[in-house]
Design a protein around this ligand. Structure first.
Ligand code: COS
Length: 383
């Protein structure tokens, strides 16, 4: 399929694809096995200017839209969504500053993220606040010229590895969602520590830890935007980042399809390569339809969001749900095509199937995405 990419966009695809094929694929199994953070690969990506894609030009970035970051993440996801998650989490961490940060915060933090010199992370989830994002318990209280933060964030991607953390805390519990505010935390702030690295089913190259705040003190001007705007900033951040998760899904599904076709062409049973049997061909055909339809929806949503940044929720949730459900199905079917070999870690589809599951869970479960789409439909049809 031809998606009519500009010369610049094709260049992004080529650069990301080269890193995926040459730097990530040869080491992805080892990173997974050792639960190893892919610092060397992220450094290669920084050298190739991929970190700057969604950061505005005035802060050292490339000023790309959702579409440009989407096509880069798709290529990285084709090789390994563990590495893709560690990479994408930087943008999730940077979006709150881009969306609501003061000029000073933007100048201070965005150039180093754009250069890949400092990694970023996003702190929303807590033990009792997952889908119910406004149920957070972490608090921030102003004491003179400092905010004092107390609480624990859970399952934070890039935890411990990142230098810059955008974190939401309640500044006025009585006001519910309207009483939350966002802050920039730095690794090394007094009272800020990390829990141990979580052991996960998949995406093991990415680091996941708790963020622990015990009377953590930060300067007053580290608040992002006005007090009370934190929840809206979080919602806008997730609207901005979810197409990136869809892109990791399309990439993973493409990678799984590639492996399944390659295997079906060389695996001989009953005297013929198994790709010559209709039962296998139909599975591969359905996988290919899934990948291409997910990509078409993702590209269209990403282009729509780029042109209509104030109306991104529904498009963002739609591509996230669809592409990640496709990724799970295609990865599962790829394991089936490879049969017993597919179940062994010797072939990459075993890891792809383990990895795919998180796509349906993180950055808002696919059930929450359907809620968002349903609520938008309700609003549209009430006008
Ligand atoms: N953009 C801008 N504003 C938004 C918004 C969006 N996408 N979504 C909600 N808001 C606003 C609402 O308009 C409302 O504003 P008012 O106070 O002015 O009315 C406010 O935010 C609260 O919205 P709502 O009542 O819909 O919030 P809920 O608590 O019901 O939660 C969902 C809504 C479920 C959609 C939200 O909690 C969510 O996205 N949960 C999933 C969180 C998630 O993705 N977690 C995983 C994190 S991994 S990084």
């Amino acid at each position: 399929m031809d998606y009519f990419l500009s010369e610049e966009q094709q260049m992004i695809v080529d650069v990301a694809a080269q890193i995926a094929d040459e730097k990530i694929m040869p080491v992805r199994a080892e990173l997974d096995e050792k639960h190893e953070f892919p610092r060397a690969i992220l450094e290669e990506m920084a050298q190739a200017d991929l970190f700057g894609i969604p950061i505005p030009e005035e802060y050292g970035g490339f000023g790309g839209s959702t579409f440009e970051i989407t096509i880069a993440l798709e290529q990285i996801g084709r090789a390994c969504i563990g590495v893709g998650t560690a990479f994408a989490a930087n943008f999730l961490g940077a979006y709150p500053i881009i969306i609501g940060g003061s000029e000073e915060l933007k100048q201070k933090y965005l150039p180093s993220i754009a250069a890949g010199k400092k990694y970023a992370a996003f702190g929303l989830t807590e033990a009792n606040a997952g889908s119910d994002a406004s149920g957070i318990q972490t608090t921030a209280v102003l004491d003179g010229d400092e905010w004092v933060i107390n609480g624990t964030k859970q399952w934070i991607t890039n935890g411990g590895e990142a230098d810059i953390y955008t974190v939401i805390a309640m500044t006025d519990k009585k006001k519910g969602a309207r009483g939350a505010s966002m802050f920039v935390l730095e690794k090394g702030d007094p009272g800020f520590s990390f829990g141990p690295k979580e052991k996960k089913m998949g995406i093991r190259a990415s680091s996941t830890t708790e963020l622990i705040f015990k009377d953590c003190r930060i300067p007053k001007d580290r608040i992002i935007g006005r007090q009370g705007t934190g929840f809206i900033t979080v919602m806008k951040t997730l609207d901005s980042s979810r197409p990136g998760i869809a892109a990791l899904g399309v990439g993973l599904a493409q990678g799984a399809l590639d492996e399944a076709v390659k295997y079906a062409k060389q695996r001989v049973q009953f005297g013929k390569p198994i790709i010559s049997y209709q039962a296998v061909q139909h599975m591969l055909a359905d996988m290919a339809i899934g990948v291409e339809s997910a990509r078409a929806l993702l590209y269209q949503c990403a282009r729509y969001i780029a042109a209509n940044p104030k109306d991104m929720s529904k498009a963002s949730s739609m591509c996230k749900v669809y592409a990640t459900d496709v990724a799970m199905k295609v990865a599962t079917d790829a394991v089936q095509v490879l049969g017993g070999y597919g179940y062994m870690s010797e072939y990459p589809v075993e890891k792809m199937m383990r990895d795919a599951k998180i796509l349906q869970i993180y950055e808002g479960t696919n059930q929450i995405q359907r809620n968002v789409i349903g609520q938008e439909l309700n609003r549209e049809y009430s006008r």
